[in-house]
Design a protein around this ligand. Structure first.
Ligand SMILES: Nc1ncnc2c1ncn2[C@@H]1O[C@H](COP(=O)(O)OP(=O)(O)OP(=O)(O)O)[C@@H](O)[C@H]1O
Ligand SMILES: [Mg+2]
Length: 324
């Protein structure tokens, strides 16, 4: 197997007394879409920030393109070829699509360098070319992005991230605010990124989207790896169980055996302080791990995490199907 373009090992991140990430491993191969899922406060954004240089890890190792790297600043990530599209998209509403795409990297014609003249014709030509190779449909590249739909805005933000010719693209909740048709448009675009050979890492709360376009799902729970699933072989229920911690209750060897890639056995999960038949005790252990502003990580987790719910036989995984 070829080495993943991006590989994280034993990543930890501490904010004062809060241990946000502990011993996290992540492999992002080229030509694949990898989903990073987990409940609120699981550590997804924190992990992405360690990759994008916004919040370097407190410990652990990052390998990129076969060599160990240090990503201390966002510029380090960009220089390596890691592009991140944040949830707020960072688009300028008053500027048109062309100017948003080239914001900060505007080409200048040779004759106009001293005069700071932008090469508008070249920018427009490259914008049209880029958007059409990605099959992004917008009415015109000369309209302000304020007048685009949410899906079109997301598509423009993703297209912009490609201008630096990255190898890894990270998308933070790319479909969170979108309707059905717009979501389909963005999911199509994600598939095209993969077809271009990029490694794509998608943070999502929507398992229907994850199962529609991703090859693998990595689950974080309480700042630790809680499972890695091959989408073709896993069910949404199994992923939900890993998100909520219910799989430690359910897991027999067979269920754990369907996990792929990561050494997240039931025993290791037990070590991580997840409910191994005693939800109350696990919760108490997690208090030290979780910060005060996330006092109840089981908010959306369903019964198995509820303090005092010690009846593993009586509680299955939450039957949530699509949106967490
Ligand atoms: N700057 C910070 N200072 C202190 N604690 C932080 C900081 N950033 C994150 N945390 C804590 O780290 C943990 C992980 O947070 P993170 O934002 O990574 O979760 P998440 O999985 O992205 O959640 P969500 O789905 O709600 O976005 C949380 O308990 C959070 O409170
Ligand atoms: Mg987050």
């Amino acid at each position: 197997m070829t080495e993943p373009v991006l590989s994280l090992r034993n990543i930890s991140k501490r904010f004062g007394a809060v241990q946000a990430l502990s011993g996290v491993d992540l492999d992002v191969p080229a030509g694949e879409v990898l989903a990073l899922v987990g409940d609120n406060g699981a550590g997804k954004s924190t992990l992405v920030k360690t990759i994008s240089g916004v919040g370097p890890p407190s410990g652990g190792h990052i390998r990129f393109d076969g060599r160990e790297v240090h990503i201390g600043r966002p510029q380090d990530a960009v220089a390596l070829g890691i592009a991140t599209v944040y949830q707020d998209l960072s688009l300028c509403d008053n500027l048109d699509v062309v100017n948003n795409l080239f914001l900060g990297r505007e080409p200048r014609p040779a004759w106009g360098r001293a005069l700071h003249v932008l090469d508008e014709i070249e920018m427009e030509r490259r914008s049209v070319e880029l958007l059409s190779t990605l099959s992004v449909r917008i009415p015109s590249v000369r309209i302000p992005v304020a007048s685009l739909s949410g899906g079109q805005r997301q598509s423009v933000a993703i297209a912009r991230s490609l201008l630096g010719d990255p190898k890894v693209v990270i998308l933070d909740e790319p479909t969170a605010a979108l309707g059905v048709a717009q979501t389909a448009q963005v999911l199509d675009l994600i598939v095209r990124l993969k077809e271009r050979g990029l490694a794509v890492l998608v943070i999502s709360h929507n398992l229907a989207d994850v199962f529609a376009v991703c090859d693998r799902v990595v689950v974080l729970r309480l700042g630790r790896n809680s499972g890695s699933f091959d989408v073709a072989a896993a069910s949404q229920e199994e992923v939900v169980a890993a998100i909520t911690g219910a799989d430690t209750v359910l897991s027999g060897a067979g269920r754990a055996g369907r996990r792929a890639g990561l050494p997240a056995t039931a025993g290791e999960i037990g070590e991580a302080g997840l409910p191994g038949g005693s939800g109350g005790a696990a919760d108490a252990g997690d208090r030290g791990h979780q910060p005060e502003r996330e006092p109840d990580p089981s908010r959306a987790a369903g019964p198995p995490d509820a303090p005092g719910s010690e009846g593993p036989g009586s509680e299955g995984p939450s039957p949530k199907e699509t949106s967490l």
